[in-house]
Ligand binder design. Structure first.
Ligand code: PLP
Length: 400
């Protein structure tokens, strides 16, 4: 009989994947399902990046590379950190992995022992808590509600820290809430961390280039140099350059940590894809102007979706600072009854109803550790978003 290891037995298949699978199955049955669940840009990877991959293949860059990144890519990352973030990392303070997800995995596996605690504000990107659990440590979840802008507050952080706390994970702009931390939002949190030298900070800056209304992105290692020796600054090419399938993520951090992460990577994947690394060099060193065009397009869609949701009685959508998600409250829908006679008790029920009745797939807040909310990914064509909003509006009107 198959017996899974204890370290994975508490981890289910992510709710996002489950809903995605159900939506795809309905689509195959011929239902006109609109899927607003996926966490990836609908744009294609720019041509100059694809060409760099092709050239790398022709030049024979088809072999294993240095364990945690080619010297060329590490140099491009070093330059990116200093140019865009005003943080200086030496080449041996930089690591490259098969996606930012593997960066997180390497970091947690390299540092956590059973009983260690990791503070994760909710709503969170699901993988944070699952990876911490695979590393046999304990996620300590802290609810950050819409009134606080879905941002962790200093008093909450202070109260959650124990002698066993090893990490705090912050993500700005956030998946799923879209909330961004400004310098003044980070400051009180960094002050708390200065008082607790056993606690390290992992910041996930994945969505730094997708910010709106002039939001000024900042990263903690630049804000507080005294903490730089216990901050891991995580980033990647997936979202900014529409390269989710290329699987390249990277990080800057203290040398000892970077070395320990390479040990994990050496026995997991040996090295990231040589071809994808060459493409990522072109992404980071190449023209950046298309980022602004894409950002403007995302902002139009954000505005469309936020306005459409807030026009519905019973939904409440905070305007996100970045990323390509809305995270709307749906408390006003709970307790209502569907035309089929089912009472909606949870955000999961509400999302199931939208899929069944409106053929729109969205993800319940429960998947991200905060209810009652639901996430829409608006990285879809405007026409599709308009149709989805019209269907959600109708479906909500049919609730009694
Ligand atoms: N961090 C956040 C906040 C994300 O939303 C995602 C992807 O959904 C990742 C990291 C992972 O990115 P990658 O494709 O580099 O593994």
């Amino acid at each position: 009989v198959f017996r899974p290891a204890k370290r994975i037995s508490s981890i289910g298949v992510s709710e996002i994947l489950k809903i995605g699978a159900k939506a795809q199955a309905l689509k195959r049955e011929g239902r006109p399902v609109i899927i607003l669940g996926a966490g990836e840009p609908d744009f294609d990877t720019p041509d100059h990046i694809k060409e760099a991959a092709w050239k790398a293949m022709q030049a024979g860059q088809t072999k294993y590379t240095a364990l945690d990144g080619t010297p060329e890519l590490k140099a491009a990352i070093r330059d990116k950190f200093s140019r865009e973030n005003a943080v200086d990392y030496a080449l041996d303070e930089i690591t490259v992995a098969t996606g930012a997800k593997q960066i997180l995995f390497n970091a947690m596996m390299a540092t956590l022992d059973p009983g260690d605690e990791v503070i994760i504000p909710t709503p969170y990107w699901t993988s944070y808590s699952d990876i911490v659990q695979i590393a046999e440590a304990k996620p300590v979840l802290i609810a950050c509600n819409a009134e606080a802008g879905f941002r962790l507050q200093a008093a909450q952080l202070e109260a959650a820290i124990t002698p066993k706390t090893r990490w705090v994970i912050l993500n700005s702009p956030s998946n799923p809430s879209g909330a961004g931390y400004r310098a003044e939002d980070y400051r009180p949190l960094l002050d708390v961390l200065l008082k607790h030298p056993q606690v390290w900070l992992l910041v996930d800056d994945m969505y730094e280039h997708i910010v709106y209304d002039g939001f000024e992105f900042v990263t903690p290692a630049a804000l507080e140099p005294r903490l730089k020796n216990r901050i891991l600054t995580v980033n990647g090419v997936s979202k900014a350059y529409a390269m989710t399938g290329w699987r390249i993520g990277y990080a800057g951090g203290p040398r000892d940590l970077i070395k320990a992460m390479a040990v994990v990577q050496s026995q997991a994947t040996s090295c990231p894809s040589s071809i994808s690394q060459a493409a990522s060099v072109a992404a980071l060193n190449g023209p950046q102007d298309f980022l602004n065009e894409r950002k403007a397009s995302f902002q139009r869609r954000r505005d469309l979706v936020v306005a459409g949701l807030n026009a519905i009685d019973g939904l409440d959508c905070r305007v996100p600072e970045g990323a390509f998600y809305t995270f709307s409250g749906c408390a006003g829908m709970l307790g209502k009854t569907t035309p089929a006679g089912k009472r909606l008790e949870t955000d999961t029920d509400f999302c199931a109803y939208l899929l069944e009745d409106a053929n729109v797939a969205v993800v319940p807040g429960s998947a991200f550790g905060l209810s009652p909310f639901f996430r829409i990914s608006y990285a879809s064509a405007e026409s599709e978003l308009r149709e989805a909003l019209a269907r959600i509006t109708d479906a909500c009107a049919r609730l009694a």
